[in-house]
Design a protein around this ligand. Structure first.
Ligand code: DON
Length: 564
């Protein structure tokens, strides 16, 4: 039910913000690049890179700064996926900092006595909050991959929290959307609203408790969040407001490193997010289907049709098979096999849409509209694609008093009841049912695109539409276009169920609409645009580093040469 947000169109139609620098050395980019959803977060990454940090230190700084200046999207009280590439070893590493369900969570915790799903419980207040992963991730990145101490890499975020930042139109829109939900948490409303309503553009948000929480993580590590006085305050605040967290839940949280999903699309090596993200597998299945077609030789309508049909089939499998891999057996090798794509594509007609009901039945799955993505490349070639979330705008709209930590509502990414859609219209079943300690299935899809000549770093927020956006952006990369084109490409989406092609306002021309309808597609134009993609390209052969922020958002992309 993101519709209320959807109606709050920002109407931003500016050009993608782009930054390009030409390099000299083919082995290393020789310059840094950061693209994120907020200029202050991009500046935080720049400060850390200029101060001798690497891409991983910069990722810590950007993530922490976004937690301060974009609180409706991600935060210390939320979760994240960080896809890393270490230039020195060539290794690609996926850091899974997804939230986990508290031990007292039960499969039916959001159902009333009649077995009906109570949406409010899964979205608003601490009962909707899973155990945060971001503090552990920041400490993990610093100790294992960074060069700088957290006291340095968290400094820009601490400064922003103490000094405050001026809000933009996006903040105002999100706060307006969540005003009513905030009324249940005075501690949260006091920080994020003004006299109970959304602040005006330009108002300053100061977060002293959050600054103190970040300072204790900086000086004492993640332990200071997951154990001790802060943990006690978090648990007390959560429980006083109806939540079920325990000290043991916090103490038991751990990030996990997992092998990324790797697939080839023609000559592009796609490195992406493994479960508990659905992104990498759905992307790979869609690419495997698309590889069977010469997209460049198809008419525009046939090309869009084939992409829609690939999305439909890949999202069906998401609903059927995907969940937390520590709880659910996922037939990954089978789903990624090229021969499997042959079977998926055998009933794909160029003439007519395949009704979703004609695909094998399943017990379906879900997702959302706030979250954030950033991309970092450093001069040595280290890179980070990171997507972070509190799920719904401003998460659970609840802050345990004295912590400054805005709680996520990621529990809604579980399937609360078989076939009951979550806030974003996705449905699921057993593979993504709620269980203690389990990670809710995500669509967050931080991705690297690699050819012998070019390397792309890409991702976006957007709930279930994340994966289709990354697919469309990657197809622009495949056409050898620059990041400004990946982030601004028109967006359309099919997620198997509901059986409709959703497209952003103006996303399909009238001619395409008519031609797709004639093939049997049911079309739904959304009332606004969606997504907020931030991408970086390193073109080794041309010696160019280029970065772009989505024109739909308020982000900032910078490319610059390190000072000698
Ligand atoms: O993990 C997920 O898939 C969702 N919690 C992401 C939500 C989201 O992207 C909201 N978007 N704009």
């Amino acid at each position: 039910m993101l519709r209320p947000i959807v109606h709050l169109a920002l109407g931003i139609t500016c050009l993608a913000m782009v930054s390009i620098v030409t390099a000299t050395d083919g082995d290393k980019p020789g310059q840094h690049a950061v693209a994120s959803a907020h200029p202050a977060a991009t500046a935080a990454g720049r400060e850390i890179l200029d101060g001798g940090g690497n891409a991983f230190d910069a990722a810590i700084a950007v993530a922490a700064a976004l937690a301060v200046v974009e609180p409706y999207s991600s935060g210390i009280g939320g979760g994240a996926f960080f896809l890393l590439h270490r230039a020195a070893s060539g290794a690609d590493i996926f850091v899974d900092a997804r939230e986990t369900a508290p031990a007292a969570a039960t499969a039916d915790m959001y159902l009333d006595a009649q077995g009906e799903f109570v949406r409010d419980r899964a979205l608003n207040g601490p009962l909707a909050a899973a155990i945060p992963g971001v503090p552990a991730a920041l400490a993990h990145l610093a100790s294992r991959y960074g060069k700088l101490p957290l006291t340095t890499s968290l400094a820009p975020a601490i400064r922003l929290a103490k000094e405050g930042f001026a809000i933009g139109p996006r903040y105002k829109m999100m706060a307006g959307f969540r005003t009513k939900a905030f009324s249940a948490s005075p501690a949260a409303a006091e920080i994020f609203l003004r006299d109970g309503v959304a602040p005006e553009v330009g108002a300053r948000i100061v977060q002293l408790d959050l600054a103190a929480t970040l300072e204790s993580i900086a000086s004492d590590g993640a332990e200071s969040f997951y154990r001790g006085a802060l943990a006690e305050r978090l648990v007390a605040g959560v429980r006083a407001a109806g939540g079920i967290w325990t000290l043991a839940d916090l103490a038991g949280y751990a990030v996990k490193e997992r092998p990324p999903i790797v697939t080839m699309y023609h000559d592009i090596k796609v490195v992406s997010a493994p479960p508990p993200s659905s992104g990498g597998i759905v992307l790979a299945e869609a690419f495997n289907i698309l590889e069977r077609y010469d997209l460049a030789a198809l008419s525009e309508v046939d090309r869009v049709h084939v992409v829609i049909e690939a999305m439909r089939r890949a999202y069906r499998d998401r609903a059927d098979f995907l969940g937390d891999p520590d709880f659910t057996t996922i037939p990954t090798a089978r789903l990624l096999a090229k021969a499997y794509a042959d079977s998926l594509a055998k009933d794909l007609s160029l003439e007519t849409a395949t009704p979703s009901a004609a695909l094998p039945a399943i017990g379906i799955k879900p997702e959302g509209e706030d979250t954030t993505h950033f991309s970092v490349l450093d001069a040595d070639g280290n890179r980070v694609a990171a997507t972070l979330s509190v799920n719904y705008p401003f998460g659970a709209t609840s802050v345990p008093p004295g912590t400054g930590v805005l709680l996520n509502n990621e529990m809604d990414d579980f399937s609360a009841r078989p076939l009951t859609p979550n806030a974003y219209g996705l449905v699921g079943a057993g593979a993504n049912a709620i269980a203690p300690g389990k990670r809710p299935l995500s669509s967050m899809t931080p991705t690297f695109l690699i050819t012998p000549r070019r390397i792309g770093i890409i991702g976006t927020p957007g709930g279930s539409r994340i994966i289709s956006m990354v697919l469309i952006g990657a197809l622009e990369f495949a056409r050898d276009l620059p990041p400004s084109e990946w982030v601004s490409a028109k967006r359309f989406h099919h997620q198997y169920l509901p059986d409709e092609v959703q497209y952003e306002k103006g996303g399909l021309s009238e001619g395409l609409q008519d031609a797709l309808a004639a093939k049997g597609h049911s079309l739904k134009e959304l009332t606004r645009n969606y997504g907020n993609m931030h991408a970086v390209l390193w073109d080794k052969r041309a010696g160019v580093v280029d970065a772009a922020s989505d024109p739909r958002g308020e982000g900032g992309a910078q490319v610059w040469r390190p000072q000698p």
